[in-house]
Design a protein around this ligand. Structure first.
Ligand code: PFF
Length: 502
């Protein structure tokens, strides 16, 4: 139970795990394209603005809150005020849902890692990915056939998710990050250094950085910047509150938040350089414009990049292997953080044994995840991802800032973190949490909603959007309130005193 709560072996272990959660697929395949398509160098203005006004303030809030209340997200919120527990279940359940599709993508990456040894994707990587590999059906509701290879990849990922969290915080998650994160950074550095020195790389880098200042006036670009900061820093997911609850009494909060944020942003910046160097090489060697090869998400990782690796000859085999190892490592350190965010919530609420809860979570996630091993997996993933990110995360971030800022009192968190941190944070932090973050998130929410009503997302049938989009978001909210209505075990909401200072 709470008194025997696991702890990080060291502060470095905590930071590595937090950075491991933050650095994920979003950094490698989303950020580079976002930077390129949202104004190039000019995008850095809204991006850093979002980082400083929402990313870092919310990170300090989550770290401070988790550390103060020493519990998973629902437990921490319930300890602050029993009425706020639902706001802890919501992100924890969101994490579970993201975890399920995120693990499916990692299952694809495992397959592509194997393909990269022989470059078995062939010359037409587009047809290979959507046709032969995914066997994408013609609509969301047509499941098409079952894909055993995808299922096998997912099985491996779920085994890792389970195994790491089963072994606990310091014995599992911390160890994993101590090995995987430095390796990941090292590999990414190699890819980037080679990427930017490839013939034609400057073409890509010029495109990436040439500022288009007119884009900075577009609200969509600002929304994209805030969206990226939230997803990338794993904020409003229950992860950072949970992770900081495993810190010892005396620890540094403020500096840790800055370090996590800057490490994450540094990594994504490095990834952008590498990706656009490689894209520049591809465009030059094919004699086409960057616009034609610049892609994000699955299109970048599973269509464009395999093609570049083929073009590169023998070097491409090594590059391909390294790239997919990167995706898998970056993804795994994020996926275990989601398993932990959800499992710790259940462990705290039920008092059940970690091993049992982690095993049950992994089995359920794995079984539900089989839907992604069908021909409509990519559609389902796309819809669920869109709604969770556009509404789940934004509303939770807004509610966190508003509830902690106004109802609980931002000053209480500041009074908690400042005496234990190396550098105190000033009053500006309270202004961000109480005014700036909620205002911007409310604006984002309204804008997203207007866009949603104007046109159905990606032209999917309304029934699919209602069921998989609004339906999933709605179900998560209802379940959050239902679980919150259940009573806690006697004394569970008392904050334990943890002495062990490390
Ligand atoms: N931050 C991760 C990324 O950028 O890919 C994604 C992520 C991790 C989302 C953890 C949610 C989460 F709980």
């Amino acid at each position: 139970m709470a008194q025997n709560r696991d702890q990080w072996g060291s502060k470095l272990g905590f930071i590595l795990a937090a950075v491991g959660s933050a650095v994920g697929l979003g950094n490698i395949w989303r950020y580079p394209y976002l930077l390129y398509s949202s104004g190039g160098g000019a995008f850095l203005v809204p991006y850093f603005f979002a980082l400083l006004t929402a990313g870092i303030p919310l990170m300090i809030l989550e770290y401070g809150f988790g550390h103060k209340f020493k519990g998973s997200t629902p437990m921490s919120l319930a300890r602050a005020n029993r009425k706020w527990e639902w706001l802890g279940w919501w992100p924890s359940l969101n994490s579970l849902v993201i975890l399920i599709y995120y693990s499916a993508i990692l299952g694809w990456a495992i397959n592509y890692l194997i393909f990269s040894f022989t470059q078995s994707w062939g010359a037409d990587t587009n047809t290979f990915f959507f046709g032969e590999f995914l066997n994408l059906s013609d609509s969301v509701f047509n499941f098409g056939g079952f894909r055993p290879a995808i299922f096998a990849g997912m099985t491996l990922i779920w085994f890792c998710n389970w195994f790491i969290c089963y072994r606990g915080v310091s014995g599992g998650i911390e160890k994993l990050n101590r090995i995987l994160l430095p390796t990941l950074i090292g590999i990414m550095l190699v890819i980037t250094l080679r990427g930017v020195t490839l013939p034609g790389a400057t073409v890509g880098l010029n495109k990436l950085f040439t500022p288009d200042w007119s884009r900075v006036l577009d609200p969509k670009v600002w929304i994209a910047a805030y969206g990226q900061i939230f997803f990338s820093l794993s904020l409003a997911m229950g992860v950072m509150i949970t992770y900081s609850s495993y810190l010892p009494e005396k620890t540094d909060i403020n500096n840790s938040a800055f370090m996590t944020a800057f490490a994450n942003c540094g990594f994504e910046f490095m990834a952008a350089l590498g990706v656009f160097g490689i894209l520049g090489f591809m465009a030059t060697s094919q004699g086409v414009a960057i616009e034609e090869v610049a892609k994000q998400g699955v299109g970048l990782a599973f269509v464009v990049f395999p093609k570049v690796f083929t073009l590169m000859g023998p070097l491409g085999t090594i590059f391909g292997i390294l790239f997919f190892v990167c995706l898998v490592f970056a993804g795994l350190t994020s996926s275990v953080s989601m398993v932990e965010a959800f499992s710790s919530a259940v462990i705290d609420k039920t008092g059940a044994d970690r091993k049992k809860v982690v095993t049950a979570t992994a089995i359920c996630g794995y079984l539900v995840g089989t839907v992604f091993a069908t021909g409509s997996g990519l559609y389902i993933l796309d819809i669920v991802d869109h709604f969770i990110n556009s509404y789940g995360i934004v509303v939770i971030g807004l509610a966190e800032a508003a509830i902690v800022g106004w109802l609980y009192g931002a000053h209480k968190i500041r009074e908690h973190v400042n005496p234990i941190s190396i550098y105190p944070i000033g009053k500006w932090w309270e202004v961000m949490i109480k005014f700036v973050t909620p205002t911007i998130l409310a604006f984002m929410l309204i804008q997203n909603f207007i866009a949603e009503i104007k046109a159905p997302y990606e032209g999917y049938p309304i029934s699919a959007l209602l069921l998989l989009g609004w339906g999933v978001v709605g179900a998560i909210i209802i379940v959050s309130f239902m679980i919150s209505a259940k009573p806690w075990k006697e004394g569970a909401l008392n904050i334990p005193a943890i002495k062990g200072v490390k």
